[in-house]
Design a protein around this ligand. Structure first.
Ligand SMILES: Nc1ncnc2c1ncn2[C@@H]1O[C@H](COP(=O)(O)OP(=O)(O)OP(=O)(O)O)[C@@H](O)[C@H]1O
Ligand SMILES: Cc1ncc(COP(=O)(O)O)c(N)n1
Length: 269
């Protein structure tokens, strides 16, 4: 038996595979490697997609998803877990049950609903399951503005609405909340963070003039999970993740013809 002290930092991503390599599990694995963290994966969905959009998606059977969790829990020493595309109500329920069953460290829920190209990655009837079964397990939930609106029913137009939505997400059970501002308007993008102790902070960055933002949400959450696995506290993990993400968008690479992937070889400040 290898002692826990000798284990290399490991995270688990529970999400969908992106055939074009830019989002989902592919982005999470690239992000973990860039952080010198080892990524394990529970595949929930396989997608046929490229930088133009999602052409097809298949959800795997519940049984093989449960078996992937069991195999990983039997052997690896996962220090943080993140979820991404879960597809539908049944799969949200299967994943919530597994997350409650195994000790995988802090749980980051990225409530992925719609891809950059507009395709739905979560059915409408799954939103209640996300609220009732996943949010109560969340160490951190990382919705974008549209997802925060869907989960809370609050239309976010002002900074006060944003704070209200974050508080509502805590009422629904998430301990800490990060509402991402990538879908905001204007030259500056603002992410809002409300921590469990009710302290708050914002992360503001200039909008980079690019369409190559495929996988930004996945990369952000995977970088936070990686930083937690490395031993950083949550605030530091979020701030380091944001600066990693910014570098991957700023130093663009050309892959595909639409919403291209991020540059995981980018060097930050
Ligand atoms: N053009 C951009 N320039 C700089 N930062 C960006 C840009 N687009 C997105 N980001 C950053 O990426 C992060 C994720 O933003 P967004 O709100 O788009 O999340 P998301 O919709 O979950 O992402 P995804 O669509 O990949 O799932 C935010 O911190 C946002 O500021
Ligand atoms: C398998 C999978 N997971 C998540 C996303 C969201 O990423 P984006 O909003 O950048 O398209 C995606 N497109 N595909």
């Amino acid at each position: 038996m290898t002692s826990d002290l000798q284990q290399f930092p490991q995270i688990l991503t529970v999400a969908g595979i992106d055939s074009s390599g830019g989002a989902g599990i592919n982005a999470d694995v690239a992000t973990a490697f860039a952080h010198h963290v080892y990524p394990a994966t529970v595949v929930v969905a396989v997608t046929a997609q490229n930088t133009y959009g999602v052409q097809a998606a298949t959800l795997l059977d519940a049984q093989i998803i449960e078996q992937q969790f069991a195999s990983i829990a039997d052997d690896l020493a996962i220090k943080a877990v993140k979820t991404g595309m879960l597809g539908d109500r049944e799969h949200v329920e299967v994943v919530a049950k597994a997350l409650a069953n195994y000790d995988l460290g802090p749980i980051i829920i990225d409530p992925v609903m719609v891809a950059k190209g507009g395709s739905k990655l979560l059915t409408d009837d799954a939103i209640t399951a996300v609220k009732e079964q996943l949010l109560p397990l969340a160490t951190l939930v990382t919705p974008n503005l549209l997802e925060a609106q869907q989960l809370t029913g609050i239309e976010i137009k002002t900074p006060t609405d944003l704070v209200q939505a974050a508080k509502m997400l805590q009422t629904l059970g998430a301990k800490n909340v990060l509402i991402k501002g990538g879908h905001g308007t204007g030259d500056e993008l603002t992410d809002y963070v409300l921590l469990a102790d009710q302290s708050e902070f914002t992360l503001v960055n200039p909008r980079i003039d690019t369409i190559r933002t495929h996988g930004t949400g996945d990369t952000y959450a995977a970088a936070i999970a990686s930083n937690l696995a490395l031993g950083h506290d949550l605030t530091t993990a979020i701030k380091l993740a944001k600066s990693y993400l910014y570098a991957t968008v700023a130093d663009e690479i050309i892959v595909g013809h639409g919403h291209g992937p991020l540059n995981h070889w980018a060097k930050g400040e």
